[in-house]
Design a protein around this ligand. Structure first.
Ligand code: IMP
Length: 181
């Protein structure tokens, strides 16, 4: 039986594989955004681990901000997105990079891109650790992608199931829904 204490999870992306990819993304961003006024936006809570590592892999001056959205119940998308915390700073005239854990249906990112573009940033792009293109319900442009993954529910490295498993150092496939009781 799969439980919260001992879930049935198989490793999809090891901690080492993630670290190597995050270092490469950080180097790429540092190159692409050199000399620009960039704000890295952490999309809570899922991207907090990726964000913390990516931030330290970026070597150019950068500012940080965060926002929180809710879009998901359990393992299936509710299709509804709402802001539960907004950015602290203005983004007008700035180069904004939205840092996301995973783009699945694309509904969250499409909503965010539309809402934040209205604030007139000079540019807005997405960096996502994971992309599940087979699940897309709306097209979104993803400038930087860590890994494309198949259609499976994954946890770890910030991603949760019912708020658990964010602390796993790797990304794993939840093979059986764990009992919470
Ligand atoms: P989307 O709106 O369907 O693209 O979903 C985006 C959000 O759903 C992500 O930021 C995650 O919080 C959550 N999500 C999507 N797929 C997974 C998964 O496999 N594991 C954990 N969370 C997921």
């Amino acid at each position: 039986m799969s439980t919260i204490e001992s879930p049935r999870v198989s490793v999809l992306l090891s901690a080492d594989a993630i670290a190597a990819r995050v270092a490469a993304l950080g180097a790429q961003l540092s190159e692409d955004y050199r000399g620009r006024d960039v704000v890295l936006v952490c999309i809570l809570k899922g991207s907090l681990v990726f964000f913390a590592d990516l931030l330290r892999a970026v070597t150019i001056p950068t500012r940080c901000d965060y926002l929180a959205v809710e879009s998901y119940e359990g393992t299936s998308s509710s299709g509804e997105v709402r802001f539960t915390a907004d950015l602290r700073g203005a983004i007008e005239g700035r180069d904004v990079l939205l840092v996301e854990d995973i783009v699945d249906t694309g509904l969250t990112m499409a909503y965010l891109l539309e809402a934040l573009s209205a604030r007139k940033p000079s540019s807005i792009e997405v960096v996502t650790l994971l992309d599940k293109p087979s699940r897309r319900r709306t097209p979104v442009s993803l400038r930087y992608v860590g890994f494309e993954i198949p259609d499976a529910f994954v946890v770890g490295y910030g991603l949760d199931y019912e708020q658990y498993f964010r602390n796993l150092p790797f990304v794993g496939v939840l093979e059986e829904v764990p009992s919470l009781g």
